[in-house]
Ligand binder design. Structure first.
Ligand SMILES: *Cc1c(COP(=O)(O)O)cnc(C)c1O
Length: 433
């Protein structure tokens, strides 16, 4: 909460650095400002009362950037489109996980992604992005941004750094033609649903080489698949990391939210854009996410352990053609070095191909009894879906195949159930082929 109370913002005890999972229980919240309440109340209010006209003036001076902050000063509460206590506590705690100076919470992952891109792209600019990306992001960069005069150049994650090099060179040429610049480098790694990996440090080098008049394009990384536990893009060279909190962070498939984190110099313009577009999160969802964060590590560890067992089962099954689980990357695969450098664990969302095509994949999906047939991922329950017919159905078939999204591909997001129950379910469903 913006009370400047250092006691609740301590990240060290003596000379001991406190772990994020410890900080999730109290960091950033002062009970004495809320009747001694152990847990943050939900601040269902659109606006906040100033103690004096002078205080209101001071808050607005900071909110509108009319003057610099005094050393101990924090932006006061004004109006819930600008800030709200639930979001502020949540942002402080997300920043701990993302190892960021500042985190911003949004109404959805797509709100975080689109607001971040709008903050750095103007007509005539070019956007470089990896492929495949999440369906909503794909629609945004293919159909919406171009109608605002923004060009895009994508590269397939499977093409590795060579693909990225060509895309950056092409984007620079396109931007030069209209006097624009390469406005942003956007990566999704691991990619959905293929788990293709993109080298974040290589993208950062490109960004630095593109610097013009002291400005360079931000490297923005969608960290939804492994974040925040198993990958920290800001430590790997990213300037901004965006996450769909709907997935692992919310973790119970009962809310929609997103975040964008980074150094304040990079999040500043995004925060202004969020205030003006009104894409911020709401107090109640913020409160639910605070509760989710208390068990984030437990849930992500349990689902990662379960996923390993499920992947091992599928790996040896005679009805399964391939399993795209990150830990199976062969030592000589170019992604292996990137995986070892960037990722702390393979997470719990991966895809596998059954023998056959759509008909066989559908038979398996329809026969599942415990695992639910639904899109989304990162919840306590295990979900399975068919990317080609569902999340990626608007990608043209030829393009889909180029990206490796075949008709036989099933995506699974393993939850926290007993993995042996999940294996029994998959075993009986695969028998339907
Ligand atoms: C779900 C998802 C998004 C979009 O998040 P919403 O909260 O649904 O808006 C973006 N990127 C990835 C990788 C996702 O899985």
């Amino acid at each position: 909460m913006s009370n400047g109370d250092k006691k609740y913002k301590a990240r060290i005890l003596g000379n001991r650095q406190l772990s994020p999972e410890t900080l999730m229980m109290g960091y950033g919240f002062s009970p004495e400002l809320s009747e001694g309440s152990l847990k943050p109340p939900v601040f269902h209010t659109s606006t906040f009362v100033f103690q004096s006209a002078e205080e209101g003036k001071a808050f607005f001076e900071l909110a509108y950037g009319l003057r610099q902050k005094e050393e101990t000063e924090e932006i006061g509460l004004i109006y819930s489109r600008i800030n709200n206590p639930n979001l502020e506590v949540l942002e402080d705690r997300l920043a701990v996980w993302d190892k960021a100076e500042k985190s911003l919470v949004f109404a959805s992952g797509m709100a975080a992604i689109s607001t971040s891109l709008w903050s750095y792209l103007t007509p005539g600019d070019a956007l470089v992005h990896s492929e495949p990306v999440y369906g909503g992001t794909e629609y945004l960069v293919h159909n919406i941004l171009p109608s605002f005069g923004i060009k895009r150049v994508g590269f397939n994650a499977e093409e590795g750094t060579a693909g990225m090099n060509t895309a950056v060179a092409d984007a620079k040429k396109l931007a030069d033609e209209t006097g624009g610049r390469v406005g942003a480098i956007y990566l999704e790694t691991p990619a959905n649903p293929t788990n293709g990996l993109v080298d974040i440090a290589a993208a950062r080098k490109h960004s630095e080489a593109l610097a013009k008049d002291g400005k360079r394009p931000p490297v923005i990384v969608d960290n939804t698949f492994l974040g925040p536990l198993w990958q920290t893009p800001l430590e790997l060279g990213a300037d901004l990391t965006v996450t769909s909190l709907t997935k692992y962070v919310g973790g119970h498939s009962d809310l929609i939210a997103g975040s964008c984190s980074g150094a304040e110099s990079w999040t500043g313009p995004v925060q202004v854009m969020r205030t003006i577009l009104g894409t911020m999160g709401d107090a109640h969802t913020g409160w639910m996410l605070l509760r989710s964060l208390e068990t984030l590590k437990l849930r992500m560890e349990a689902s990662t352990t379960g996923a390993r067992k499920v992947a091992d089962f599928l790996h040896g099954h005679d009805k399964v053609k391939s399993v795209w689980y990150l830990d199976y990357l062969p030592k000589d695969h170019p992604d292996r070095e990137i995986y070892d450098r960037q990722c702390g664990a393979p997470g719990s969302t991966f895809s596998f191909e059954v023998n056959g095509g759509e008909a066989e994949a559908f038979k398996v999906l329809n026969a599942l009894k415990i695992i639910k047939l639904a899109v989304s991922l990162g919840g306590t329950e295990t979900l399975a879906s068919h990317p080609a017919a569902m999340t990626h159905s608007d990608v043209p078939p030829k393009e889909r195949l180029r990206l490796g999204i075949t008709e036989a591909l099933i995506r699974i997001s393993v939850g926290v159930e007993d993995p042996d129950d999940l294996i029994a379910d998959l075993d009986q469903a695969l028998a339907a082929i």
